[in-house]
Design a protein around this ligand. Structure first.
Ligand SMILES: Cc1ncc(C[n+]2csc(CCOP(=O)(O)OP(=O)(O)O)c2C)c(N)n1
Ligand SMILES: O=c1ccn([C@@H]2O[C@H](COP(=O)(O)O)[C@@H](O)[C@H]2O)c(=O)[nH]1
Length: 301
């Protein structure tokens, strides 16, 4: 095996590692999070496999960013009305970019939001479609099941799955998307080493399972004192949270709605944020530059 690929395999294994606690001899799970791998278009360098889903919201990220993310993905899926947004996005590209952008690998959903015109247009181009009429799960959740079927058939292990969503508009859909993050874990929708993210405007969010987490902070986030990050106890109270790398760190503190929730936190400039949590938390952070939205240069903190 090439040295480059051996190194990549070792790096991937290091992304999920286990620490033996000496005192109690219980095992604490540790996760390493490196979003730079996919936001900086390093897929080819690190032999990365990731999937991108487009949910039913407008795509506000910069064209170049989305083009690279999409074209380097191992699998691309448009979820129902998300296909209409993808079609709009592609139509606004220059002729040259339009020629070079890949077709989605799969269009899926209950098809109550995609227009017939768009569905037929992409069927004619040869795109695979899978109708998922079940009304007990969202199209996003069902799309992840199709993604997993694809990976099992092709024996692919995805490193990351990124859903382009928007945390605005319908609050039921926003919370429904977070519920899907929970289902990924509870119903094992994806492989156990596959990491699932929601990208919304210029932010990325994911769930931190109980255990230890080391989050690499991209330079543009840690060097900008206006960049926000948050630790939200969405599904349950988190009885004990200890952090480093934040402006407002926690020391074995409880996070709970109605008590303390860590919103509008920010970075202390460290390369990594470390989180030790007893229960699941939603981590969300700003990554400036994904959209062309400028961060206002006022900060009263
Ligand atoms: C207890 C319960 N509440 C609500 C529903 C309805 N429901 C849940 S997921 C779903 C599918 C629709 O979700 P999606 O396609 O993702 O979004 P939408 O079409 O609403 O935009 C429906 C109808 C249900 N089946 N069970
Ligand atoms: O306001 C919204 C609407 C939808 N979503 C997400 O997109 C998929 C597909 O939506 P359809 O309306 O069925 O086309 C849905 O499952 C949600 O995950 C959203 O985030 N916000």
């Amino acid at each position: 095996m090439e040295t480059k690929h051996v190194l990549t395999k070792v790096k991937k294994l290091l992304n999920l590692f286990y620490v033996q606690q000496n005192q109690t001899s219980s095992t604490v799970k540790c996760w390493k999070w490196n979003i730079t791998e996919f936001i900086k278009n390093q897929a080819n360098q690190v032999n990365l496999k990731y999937a991108v889903l487009i949910l039913n919201r407008t795509i506000p990220q910069k064209n170049d960013f989305i083009k690279n993310l999409w074209n380097n993905a191992t699998l691309t899926i448009a979820v129902d009305g998300g296909m209409v947004h993808w079609d709009n996005f592609v139509n606004k590209l220059s002729e040259n970019d339009r020629k070079n952008i890949k077709l989605p690998d799969l269009i899926t959903g209950d098809f109550d939001s995609i227009t017939n015109d768009v569905l037929e247009k992409y069927k004619k181009k040869g795109c695979k479609t899978i109708h998922t009429p079940d009304q007990n799960h969202t199209d996003f959740t069902k799309a992840l099941k199709e993604l997993n079927n694809y990976c099992e058939q092709k024996r692919i292990q995805m490193d990351h799955v990124i859903a382009i969503a928007q945390s605005s508009g319908r609050i039921d859909q926003i919370l429904g998307n977070i519920q899907t993050l929970y289902l990924v874990r509870e119903d094992k929708l994806l492989g156990s080493d596959t990491k699932m993210y929601l990208m919304s405007d210029d932010s990325i969010a994911w769930l931190l399972n109980p255990g230890d987490h080391i989050i690499d902070i991209p330079e543009e986030s840690r060097c900008n004192k206006d960049c926000w990050c948050a630790l939200i106890p969405v599904g349950e109270a988190c009885e004990s949270v200890t952090t480093s790398g934040l402006k407002w760190n926690l020391d074995k503190q409880q996070l709970k709605f109605g008590r303390l929730v860590s919103t509008s936190n920010t970075f202390d400039g460290s390369k990594q944020v470390k989180v030790k949590c007893s229960h699941t938390l939603l981590w969300a952070m700003e990554v400036p530059g994904l959209t062309s939205i400028k961060i206002p240069q006022h900060n009263s903190k």
